[in-house]
Design a protein around this ligand. Structure first.
Ligand code: UDP
Length: 388
């Protein structure tokens, strides 16, 4: 059977849909998007909890933030954003602290009233055990930034639950996702632009896909046989693949390690359960990493005042059949990834992208930026200029 499209995109997350939309808009291509799940949007998908109408991010909380002007402008074509600013608190041994580590966290933890300079001095002393220049793994990087006592309180237990991997095997970049501030500013992100889509993630993603040249086919698994499966499509039509790179190659170079999440959702008969959208739990003996109370992401909406949706998040290694969420990226994974990159380069007519397709811990704005670049650098030259 011939595929009636100029381009096939596997996966309808932000990466796949951004590529689809630009190819339809700018290149006039007919694009077929194949989605394995019953809905679009990948892990950014959200829906209203039926009893309360509260928007729940089905695959864990998604907070949009970027400093990339082009990404921000592009996103604003498809959604307006609220003025939501993300703030997180963490519970450690029965006490609540602001997270990320700021002067407020430091002073509360040490029961002091240090100035910024004094707090810097204290942390520098506590980090002195390390040669900070060489700090590249998670633990060394964290200690170099905040010293051992704060690391042990706020990062060690949480990270043990989130990754179940020796923190010396994890990349330091995971910890530098979080700012450390010697001020009382407790914003979670440093980016210029931040907000949540006013009418929800799914409405945003649907508008992105809403183009006469884009067809999204749900429940279509590219890695299974069939007329729209890999064997039939590759070689016939150019493909952008955004699923897990190891699965594409049948795990030929060994499985990459991924973390998956489990969620326990409850509707509680109270107007406010925790007073904030996200509460982290730093203690290792609390089995979940964090609780989300979704109403607090949209204080501008009129949600019921006698019911709330609370979701506990648990993390574990992904096995066969589990949804991959986080690339673990141990040294062994990085070796395997190099082998997969070689295979990917040799796979004619297929481009790999997105968090799963590149095994990179991409945030939404990074996935969108990477999608815009793939169109500029690969698809425009191929389709418009006839190169490649
Ligand atoms: N982290 C931690 N304690 C916290 C928050 C974060 O130890 O209270 C560590 C943890 O290893 C986590 C990483 O910092 O995986 C990055 O956190 P971030 O909030 O960026 O992760 P995400 O929200 O993307 O899961």
């Amino acid at each position: 059977m011939t595929v009636d499209a100029d381009l096939v995109i596997v996966g309808s997350g932000f990466f796949g849909l951004t590529v689809a939309r630009r190819c339809a808009d700018d290149l006039g291509l007919k694009v077929l998007v194949l989605e394995r799940r019953t809905h679009i949007g990948g892990n950014a998908y959200s829906e209203a909890e039926p009893q309360t109408g509260i928007e729940v991010h089905r695959y864990g909380a998604h907070l949009f933030h970027t400093s990339n002007e082009r990404v921000w402008d592009y996103c604003n074509r498809f959604t307006k954003f609220t003025n939501y600013v993300h703030r997180v608190f963490t519970t450690y041994r029965g006490e609540v602290y602001p997270m990320p580590v700021s002067l407020a966290t430091i002073n509360q933890y040490f029961r002091k009233a240090l100035t910024p300079a004094q707090a810097r001095g204290l942390v520098a002393e506590q980090a002195a055990e390390l040669d900070t220049a060489g700090a590249s793994n998670f633990e060394d990087k964290a200690i170099s930034l905040i010293g051992r006592p704060l690391y042990e309180a706020f990062f060690r237990g949480y990270t043990a639950k989130q990754w179940q991997t020796d923190p010396r095997e994890l990349p330091g970049e995971i910890v530098t996702r979080l700012p450390v501030r010697y001020t009382y500013d407790n914003r979670y992100f440093n980016d210029t632009y931040e907000g949540l889509p006013v009418d929800g993630y799914t409405a945003w993603l649907e508008r992105l896909a809403d183009h006469p040249n884009i067809e999204v086919r749900l429940e279509s698994d590219f890695l299974h046989d069939g007329p729209l499966g890999k064997a039939a499509v590759v070689g016939q039509v150019p493909v952008v693949y955004t699923g897990p790179v190891d699965a594409y190659f049948g795990n030929a170079e060994g499985e990459l390690t991924w973390r998956t999440l489990d969620f326990e959702q409850e509707v509680l008969p109270v107007g406010d359960f925790q007073g904030t959208p996200v509460m982290n739990y730093a203690d290792e003996d609390v089995p979940f990493t964090r609780t989300h109370e979704f109403r607090h992401f949209h204080p501008e909406r009129s949600y019921p005042d006698d019911a709330t949706v609370v979701v506990k998040e648990f993390s574990r290694f992904a096995g066969r059949g589990d949804e991959p969420y986080y690339p673990v990226n141990t040294p062994a994974d990085r070796q395997r990834l190099l082998a997969y990159r070689d295979l990917a380069r040799g796979e004619r007519g297929v481009l790999f992208g997105g968090r799963l397709g590149t095994y990179k811990y991409l945030d939404m704005h990074m996935a969108i930026a990477a999608a815009l670049s793939m169109v500029d650098n690969k698809l425009v030259p191929h389709f418009r200029d006839g190169a490649g």
